[in-house]
Ligand binder design. Sequence first.
Ligand SMILES: Nc1ncnc2c1ncn2[C@@H]1O[C@H](COP(=O)(O)OP(=O)(O)OP(=O)(O)O)[C@@H](O)[C@H]1O
Length: 309
Amino acid sequence: MERVGPAIELAGLSKYYGRKAGVDQLDLTVRRGEIFGFLGPNGAGKTTTIRCLVGLLRPSSGQIRLLGLDPLFDHRRLAPRLGYLPGELRLYPELTGAQTLRLLSDLQGAATPRRVELCERLGLAAADLGRPVREYSRGMKQKLGLVQALQHDPELVVLDEPTEGLDPLVQEVFFALLEEASHVGRTVLLSSHVLPEVQRACGRVALVRAGRLVAVRSVSTLRQERARRVRLVLADGRGPQALGPAERWSPRWNGDEVQLLVPPTELVTGLRELLAALPVADVSVEEAGLDEAFLDLYRQDVEAAAVRS
Ligand SMILES: Nc1ncnc2c1ncn2[C@@H]1O[C@H](COP(=O)(O)OP(=O)(O)OP(=O)(O)O)[C@@H](O)[C@H]1O
């Protein structure tokens, strides 16, 4: 059994729905032990990619290897080593929670050393597990989904929007589980819209848009690359005014205060110029949000796509 190569390898993955590409020529490698974020706007192709990954969709073309195995042809060997939480969890409404977990572990073909602990930590009490799933709230179903994805302590876990419907306390438990998974060398692919969540949990992130890979970055690189938000208060009470070359830093005025988004490489010289040229009464500098870094990457990609077409 191969234990050394990447956890996930996609080469030229494409999936067409009729003539429309859900995913187009996607290359991606996730190393073992990574907590890897998979981000993109609605319709970007995240779920399509994930469903191809776990063998639920047949790709139109391209190669997929999970733990060195082919998800379609080696499904039986892969199932005990793979945990999967779908974005839209469909459960048999008449089965109880406990019956559901047993049924899914039969399909996984593995023992479930973590089931009891996970139910306890995520707050699924024995009384809940004895009730039919049709009586479950959205959050309870999601907790059950997480338990089934992790109950057999798989090497690789693929989670599609895992925090949907979870209250903040349960989300904290979820993040603790991710951190523990990382410490013991498990690999997690986490698809999400929620940027702070990805920033918190993941080491690297892939951004997809319109079925294509926009960028793969480490979260720390994104932090370094992202713009600095510079706020200046001008002393002369003139309000919005021309800022000369600084106009390129997207000024947003609020009374006498202007906010600029300055790339880190231009920060020191830019500030020097501004302070020399303007009657500045106060200044503050902070890192812009990670979401702005992502939006920047998306914008660049949209512009590049417009130039290509
Ligand atoms: N069964 C299907 N039939 C036709 N088109 C589909 C089907 N499933 C997905 N698509 C299309 O493929 C593209 C990618 O969809 P996908 O669901 O993979 O995106 P996503 O990134 O998961 O989006 P979201 O964040 O909204 O869940 C979209 O344009 C979508 O309309």
